[in-house]
Design a protein. Structure first.
Length: 193
């Protein structure tokens, strides 16, 4: 889930930037240090949006920089197991699809797409369910559930997020529309008796 948080940190303003607008410099430093990083308690930093308060600066002997206690606002994504999310398929391979969840990509393994046997159509970059003919391709929106979550704070690119679409209410937009249509038809049949 996405969160807008109010956070506090100590920010080092380098000596060569001391003559510039202090809030702008602090915002630049925070954005450079935090955006794209992961903190297991806070989540994945998407954006540092604004500086709310800047305390008194402190000098450290031997360092020409000034350190400020800062309160700021940030937008983060904090994932949790079993959370249902929507994303966009950004790549398909013979072993599954990669789904963009915004600031990070996750893996949707072929075994987690459907109970059906799945084939990979390399020419068209699609994964196809054998019996129903349903498919997944790059650019499609999907509703998925997080089933594995291993975030790496030191190397965010090495984080591993596993997804599933094997439950009711999950799948591509086309699959979900089809399920809804089938449910309505079933209700009409039962109601007409």
């Amino acid at each position: 889930m996405y969160y807008r948080l109010r956070l506090e940190d100590k920010v080092r303003v380098p000596p060569h930037r001391l003559g510039e607008n202090l809030e702008r410099v602090i915002l630049d430093v925070l954005q450079e240090q935090l955006e794209g990083s992961i903190d297991k308690e806070v989540g994945i930093f998407i954006a540092v949006t604004r500086v709310l308060d800047v305390g008194e600066g402190e000098l450290v002997p031997g360092d020409g920089a000034v350190y400020y206690d800062v309160t700021f606002e940030a937008l983060t994504l904090r994932l949790s197991l079993q959370e249902v999310l929507e994303g966009i398929v950004v790549e398909t391979t013979s072993f599954g699809s990669f789904v963009s969840l915004g600031p990070i990509d996750a893996m949707l393994h072929v075994s987690q797409i459907s109970d059906e046997y799945i084939t990979y159509d390399e020419m068209n970059g699609r994964l196809i369910c054998k019996d129903s003919g349903r498919h997944i391709a790059v650019g499609e929106r999907v509703r998925v559930r997080v089933v594995t979550l291993s975030l790496n704070e030191r190397e965010p690119r090495d984080s591993k997020i596993g997804l599933t679409m094997r439950q009711t209410g999950l799948g591509t937009e086309l699959w979900l529309d089809e399920e809804l249509r089938n449910e309505r038809e079933e209700k009409e049949r039962r109601g007409g008796r």
